[in-house]
Structure formats: structure tokens, C-alpha cells
Design a protein around this ligand. Sequence first.
Ligand SMILES: *Cc1c(COP(=O)(O)O)cnc(C)c1O
Length: 388
Amino acid sequence: MATSSGRHFLQIPGPTNVPDEVLRAMAAPTIDHRGPEFSALVHGLLEDVKPVFGTEQPVVVYPSSGTGAWEAALVNTLSPGDRVLCFETGHFATLWQEMAARLGLVVDFVPGDWRHGVDPDEVEARLAADTGHEIKAVCVVHNETSTGVASRIGEIRRAIDAAGHPALYLVDTISSLGCIDYRHDEWGVDVTVSCSQKGLMLPPGLGFNAVSPKALRASETAGLPRSFFDWAPILRANEQGSYPYTSATNLLYGLREALRILYAEGLPHVYARHARHAAATRAAVGAWGLEVLCLDEREHSGALTAVLLPEEHDADHVRRVILERFDMSLGAGLGRLAGRVFRIGHLGHLGDLTLAGTIAGVQMGLGLAGVKVDPGGITAALDHLGQA
Ligand SMILES: *Cc1c(COP(=O)(O)O)cnc(C)c1O
């Protein structure tokens, strides 16, 4: 590695940088997972975690990655052979519907171009056509981390209502929670899926399901086999401030501290900061003469920006040059976007100057990798960040 003094720039869209306060909070002795100290921690946390989901309903916390929380949402609410409506917004939406199919669900997978979010009109049309109410759930990825496109969760809720359809609404907020405005209760989401290592600024290892009363009722008759992910024994144990298994105790200390940091900044400010960083990044990309992957002004992600390179360039080569020369990690193109895009993560623990450094590193790396760009990108980003 040519230069490696100073901190590594981890500008992938998750896992993200963990604040020092969170690292310190986790550097504690492990405690008795059935003792009074743990039960006080759990009682406090299960309340404190609610505002970031925009909910007053229970949040189930798993020692799992986000993929586990996906599975939990499906197996707790659905039965073998149930139809679910999914949308091809990108790599993560594709993986989630593959999981649904493997679990024995019948997936209606609406094709997409990986440059748009879920179209609320399409949701309404599909559900209105399902007069027999065979579709049991609509699954949407809020922020498609592979494309930098954010679907409009509130508008999709209105589309479901406009169709008068009773399907459950399951939403993946894995890379949007703590970055982009989100309202589980207000938007009538039935299960919100999330995890620790993106906007929540924690290491990987915690998965979340925020659960509506309707989802809880569905879980009483849902027939998919489940054991570890079953909500019922967890919610029962939670009343006593415990879990039916050993929790990731030290990650929970980290979660308590990360939530404290988020709420101290204030969620509206956190969302505005992400939107501002995203806009500054797009200003740089536009000034370079490159293209942002997202095509709809209403759907730009606040968490990351995917940059499309001209056909003749390999985005993985650009990333490699930037890593070797400037010690900065950027996100790779996933699935059908491999080699075509790189992704700049600007989510989580990030200030204006970190973003400015990130943009500078990308601009220098593009030049070194032989991608001709207008050097006005940095200035465009700084102009945006420097506005009063
Ligand atoms: C990262 C991510 C996942 C997968 O989460 P894991 O923790 O890797 O299992 C799923 N969905 C989205 C939108 C993601 O960004």
C-alpha cells in the first residue's frame, strides 16, 4: 500500500465507520445475559430503539446480519405457497425475492432497470388486479444499496390503500435507517427490516424487525417453519428484559451509545445532513461529466451515490487504484452492475470534511485510472458544502 498513514477511509455503503464513543461503549466486560444489569439494558434499549424506526410498536432485535432479519420478516408472517409481490430495483431486492422463493413462497417479481425505485402506480395496478387477494405481502427495499435509488415508501403505502388491498407491507430499511426519513407507524409498514452496520454506525451483528399489530396477528397463523427467528418467544422473554438465547451483549452497549449520538444530533438534522452530503456528491459527479445511476430526481439516495462509468472503463480498476494509492474503500458494482459502477457511501458517522476528502480521493483516483474528468468536481462539492 503506497500511503497508509492516517485513518483508512471506509466509504463503502456499509459496513460504515463506527464512532469512537461506540467502540469505547462496547469495550466492556461481558455480563450475565440473565442478570439484572442485562435486563435493565434490554428494557431501556427496546424503548430507545423505537424513534429511529418511527414506531411505538415492538422491535425484535436478533444477533444476526440483515439477511437474517429478512428471513425473520418472511417466516413470521407468511405460509408456504403464499404469493408475495416483489420489485426488481437492484441486487438486494433480487436476493430477497430469491430467499422468498427458497422458503416456499410464490414470488411475483416485477422487472426493473436498476435505475428506478418501485413505481407506486405499478403497485396499485398489480394489487387492484388481484381481486381474489391472493397476494399476501408486498416487499420493498427502501434504499437499494446496489443502485443508490430510494423508493417512496409513503407513496407506496397510499397505492396499497388506493387498491383497497389487505396485503402486508414489508420494507427493508437496512441502508436507510438512521440516514433517510422513515416512519414505520405513519406509513403503515407491517414489518420493517434493518440491521446494525449501516446508518446505525455499529459493527455488523444485529438484525431488527419492527412489527405492526397486523403483522403480529398474521404471525399467529403463519405456517412457514421457524424456530430461532420466531417472534413469539422473543417478545415473551423481552417482557422480562431477556432473550431465549444469548444476546450479542456488547453490541447492545454499542447500540445504546449509537442511538444516544443519533438522538443528540436530532433525527431531522441527521436526515438533512445525509441529503446535503448526497447532493454535494451528485454535484461533484455532474461536474466531472459522469453519470449518477439513479434516473429519477425524487429517488436519489441520501445514503450513497452510484457512479456510472463510460463503457470503456472498469470501475473495479478505479476502486483498486483508489484503495492502493489513497487507502480509501469504495463500494463495488453488484450483480449486473459489476465493473460498470462504483458506489460512494456517505452514510453514518460522517462530517463535511470527510466527504470533501472522499470526493478529493475519488477525483484523483479517476485521473490516475485514466478516466478523463473535469477537475471542477471537488469545487462543485465544496461550493455545495460551504453554503451558509
Ligand atoms: C447490506 C444490505 C443487505 C444485507 O445485509 P447483511 O447484513 O449483509 O445480511 C440487505 N439489504 C440491503 C438494502 C442492504 O444494504
